[in-house]
Design a protein. Sequence first.
Length: 208
Amino acid sequence: MENGARFLADLTGGQKTGWFYDQRDNRAFVARLAQGRRVLDVYTYAGGFAVQAALAGAASVTAVDRSEHSLALAEGAARLNDVPLSCVRAEAFAEMARLDAAGERFGVVVVDPPAFVKSRKDLHSGAKGYRKMARLAAPLVEPGGFLLAASCSHHMPAELFAEEIAHGLAQAGRSGRVLRAAGAAPDHPLHPMLPESAYLKALVLQLD
């Protein structure tokens, strides 16, 4: 159970613990923005953002993931909560480019990928990955709509993440403002001597 929604977690074959509790508050925030809007949840995994947006009254919700197993978890959660969910198995960057070419636009777009920066040596390439992610996601957001971009890479500094997202938006020709800059929920406390414990970065932006 999370924020009043029911989900399925694969404790043995799923990613890490089978559920990413750290995004709980960010999912609730995005759900409040979703009512009456088309929602796109890229890297949906078990459908956390997607299902809660659907429960909050989204006009439609599309969940994208390259893993068939992950999409099965998301579809199962949609059935548990009796909400409609359209699942698409695809590679994230390619699908976002395809949706843009097709002229698709959404009121809320979520891009919450696995870690792009798994070690310090990956920082440069991973940072450029977040920039490209924002560049591909931004055109899909309708004017006045919302974008949540997240990073769970503890090697990715929050300031650099925000900078790369801003660069991606600029490359897409979009401007906007940050409504929320957050990390993990309060049950993931930060250790004052372990900066790695502040691994999660999430930005919610409203785009012009």
